[in-house]
Write a protein that binds this ligand. Structure first.
Ligand SMILES: Cc1cc2nc3c(=O)[nH]c(=O)nc-3n(C[C@H](O)[C@H](O)[C@H](O)COP(=O)(O)OP(=O)(O)OC[C@H]3O[C@@H](n4cnc5c(N)ncnc54)[C@H](O)[C@@H]3O)c2cc1C
Length: 429
């Protein structure tokens, strides 16, 4: 029996019969979810970076545009970058129309993604709550909520009683410095399982003929004049009619190899933390409106949380202690009852912070090249729309309608998309 046309005969592959058969052979005979091909000398499209965005781009190139002679080149293993390191919040709760349209497009793709990939990405629409601590902040929430509802996104104000019911552990009484007055919830927002997203897109792209080549680091670009015609890699030279870059926090390093020194991007570390498993404690995603803190509870019971980026530029995938202290104090300001809970692990990822807080999906900046970056704190939620819009840009040499405002030339035209009105200050985006 076929599950769907996207992923081949997966029902048969993962049937109860197959489970029993593989159990009897000590699980040695499962077919790998994607092949391990040798790189070919030539492709129609090379996608540099096997994170969520690179894999989604390859999948949509094959599925939507019939371009299957594609290689995804990943320097490590799939999921070793931010796609496997993030705190998995998915939302479209922005103020500016360009952002709402793009992230709402992504939200709609998330709502069908497990079905589309025939892979359970564990998308859980448990809501995202922004806490409000002043009357002015609540006025802002009204404005943002109305902007969202005008563009087909969902938003609702919460009063204190609703917040208490939703989060019994929240300190709504004893917190004199930042009293909680209410909140804004996007009920359709939520979380998904990060590495399932990478694996799901990888398998679906592979089944459509895309070559996913791990342990293949791009070390330089092959050019004909200004035009990019291929890449030098740790596994030899590979040529392509089109070379697309989706390397998130490594954008600056990779683009320098192509001779592009100036981009409106800075790389910073963002840390995340997870506690030991505890009983169900938090049934939504919550954000602190007076600092920068966000938390949800994973299906295994661990509390997953984070805060600000580290305050200086870095390409290291680990962070520093001042942020740890900051994040812990913000968590305890909201949930003092969590003081005895032990933190099990923390890690860092490299963030591609753009100067207006919005992403870049663009043709260029060199002929033959396409660039996807600038995801700041929020590229996981963008994965499906980013992949679809980037594939459209590569295939048609023009932007998709929902990503057109995110072209690189907006910085030359002065058409920045600064949702928080905070200017070129990465820490505040
Ligand atoms: C701690 C943390 C928490 C976050 N929380 C959220 C959140 O809650 N919600 C949200 O929406 N977003 C969140 N993000 C942001 C989100 O994870 C990223 O914006 C998004 O994953 C970036 O896109 P990607 O998946 O393609 O990146 P990546 O997974 O980083 O993919 C880029 C890939 O490029 C590869 N690469 C780099 N250089 C080369 C080279 N020279 N050759 C070949 N390959 C190369 C890297 O190895 C990497 O695998 C968070 C990020 C971090 C670090």
């Amino acid at each position: 029996m076929r599950a769907n046309d996207e992923s081949g005969n997966l029902m048969a592959e993962y049937s109860a019969f197959a489970l029993i058969r593989n159990a009897l052979s000590a699980n040695r005979d499962w077919k790998p979810a994607w092949r391990k091909p040798e790189p070919k000398p030539n492709y129609d499209v090379i996608v540099v970076g096997g994170g969520g965005h690179g894999l989604a781009t390859a999948y949509y190139l094959a599925k939507e545009f019939g371009i299957t002679n594609v290689a995804v080149l990943e320097k490590g293993y799939l999921g070793s970058g931010n796609v496997g390191r993030n705190t998995v919040t998915i939302r479209s709760n922005y103020l500016l129309p360009d952002n709402i349209r793009f992230y709402e497009h992504s939200m709609k793709l998330w709502e069908n993604l497990s079905h589309e990939l025939n892979y359970n990405v564990m998308f859980s629409q448990r809501g995202v709550v922004n806490l409000g601590h002043t009357p002015g902040q609540l006025d802002d929430f009204v404005r943002r909520g109305n902007a969202m509802r005008h563009l087909d996104a969902d938003a609702r104000l919460l009063d204190l009683d609703e917040l208490k019911r939703l989060m019994p552990g929240l300190d709504t009484s004893r917190n004199p410095r930042f009293p909680i007055l209410g909140g804004l919830i996007q009920p359709r927002a939520g979380t998904a399982r990060h590495d399932a997203v990478a694996w799901g897109y990888a398998r679906a792209a592979d089944r459509r003929g895309v070559d996913i080549i791990e342990n293949c680091e791009v070390t330089g670009f092959i050019k004909d004049g200004d035009r990019v015609i291929g890449v030098a890699t740790s596994r030899g030279e590979i040529r392509a009619a089109k070379v697309a870059i989706a390397v998130a926090g490594s954008t600056g390093e990779v683009m320098r190899m192509a001779g592009v020194d100036e981009l409106p991007i800075e790389s910073h570390v963002l840390q995340a933390f997870v506690t030991e498993s505890i009983k169900p404690f938090l049934d939504t995603v919550v954000t602190f409106g007076m600092g920068h803190f966000y938390m949800s509870q994973s299906d295994k019971g661990g509390l997953v949380f984070g805060g600000d980026i580290d305050g200086y530029n870095s390409y290291a995938q680990r962070g520093n202690l001042p942020i740890v202290e900051d994040v812990m104090s913000e968590m305890l300001a909201l949930f003092p009852g969590l003081a005895p809970v032990r933190v099990l692990r923390s890690w860092g990822g490299i963030m591609d912070m753009s100067m207006d807080g919005a992403p870049i999906i663009t043709t260029g900046p060199l002929p033959g090249m396409y660039l996807n970056c600038g995801w700041c704190y929020g590229g996981f939620k963008a994965t499906p729309a980013s992949g679809l819009c980037f594939a459209h840009t590569i295939a048609r040499d023009e932007p998709h309608e929902v990503s057109a405002p995110f072209r690189l030339d907006r910085f030359h035209r002065g058409a920045v998309i600064d949702d928080k009105g905070q200017g070129a200050t990465p820490r505040l985006h």
